[in-house]
Write a protein that binds this ligand. Structure first.
Ligand SMILES: [Zn+2]
Length: 300
């Protein structure tokens, strides 16, 4: 209610209040960061609880993308993958929808189990029947685990499958001491595909010693925020400040191990503390993943 009688000079000072009284702690912005919206471009939700879906929704997550991965154990038959692909394409989108989150997936046989090429090809023969599912974005996460010849051969067969179907590709790079060598092997292999559109490929889990190799070659790069390995928020933000945000995204890669499904919004908060504007934060946690993922017409 408006009370005209209170609009007298006795209630309001005649001169403007010298506001702000202290320096603005964060850069001025045309958008508000909190509550924010973001996309989790790499999360293994089959191994997370419904409580995690609720936390993601409360944190502003609008969409989750789930690449096919190693389940923590080797499957005993290709039929195990058939069920897994059904879980990714039928069950998980429904579970996410209960919390207002869109769920998308990427399909492949993961690099670890790809070291058995006979088994890997049997699994790959199942994949095409799922590629027309309305929430499947592309092929991933393919890549290397121990940098073996078998892994590389199956990696290249997946790349060819993506090329034949004009699908984007999500690539996993090996952990720790194998990472630089594996990243180089992957880049060399990709370079042998002359028809590849590099803007449709993201190479994930980059670190300080691999990020420039990926970006300089024209690919997108993913930074994974993991509590014990991969990147801390501070290291990811350092890389962002050095390399810019043009072809970068951040993800939690949350799975069955020690990982944090809220790693992306936590990193956004850390960016805010380090004086990044709301616009630049939204760029990395929402606009960039949307730009890359929208290369699949299924991502909406
Ligand atoms: Zn993953």
């Amino acid at each position: 209610m408006d009370h005209p009688s209170q609009h007298s000079s006795s209630f309001y000072p005649l001169s403007p209040i010298p506001y702000p009284l202290s320096p603005i702690p964060y850069p001025p912005s045309t958008i508000h960061l909190f509550p924010m919206r973001y996309i989790e471009p790499h999360g293994h939700m089959v191994s997370r609880t419904t409580d995690d879906y609720e936390k993601l929704a409360l944190s502003g997550c609008e969409a989750i993308c789930e690449p096919a991965f190693w389940a923590g154990f080797d499957r005993s038959s290709a039929a195990g993958f058939y069920d897994y692909f059904r879980q990714l394409t039928e069950y998980e989108p429904k579970r996410a929808a209960k919390y207002g989150i869109k769920h998308y997936s990427w399909l492949c046989i993961n690099p670890k189990e790809a070291d058995d090429p006979g088994f890997a090809r049997e699994v790959m023969s199942i994949i095409p029947q799922f590629l027309d599912c309305p929430t499947v974005l592309g092929i991933g996460e393919i890549g290397l685990n121990k940098n073996t010849r078998n892994e590389l051969a199956i990696f290249e067969e997946h790349v060819q499958l993506a090329l034949d179907r004009d699908l984007p590709i999500l690539i996993h790079t090996p952990h720790l001491e194998d990472k630089l060598k594996g990243t180089r092997l992957i880049l060399d292999s990709l370079a042998s595909f002359s028809k590849l559109d590099r803007s449709k490929i993201i190479i994930d889990h980059v670190e300080e010693h691999t990020i420039s190799h990926v970006l300089d070659a024209g690919y997108w790069a993913g930074m994974t925020l993991y509590p014990e390995s991969k990147c801390s928020p501070h290291r990811a933000i350092d890389m962002l400040e050095i390399y810019g945000s043009e072809r970068l995204w951040m993800n939690s890669a949350c799975d069955w191990g020690h990982s944090d499904p809220l790693a992306v919004p936590r990193c956004a908060l850390e960016m805010k503390k380090r004086q990044h504007s709301a616009e630049s934060i939204e760029q990395i946690i929402y606009q960039n993943p949307r730009k890359f993922l929208s290369q699949s017409p299924r991502f909406i």
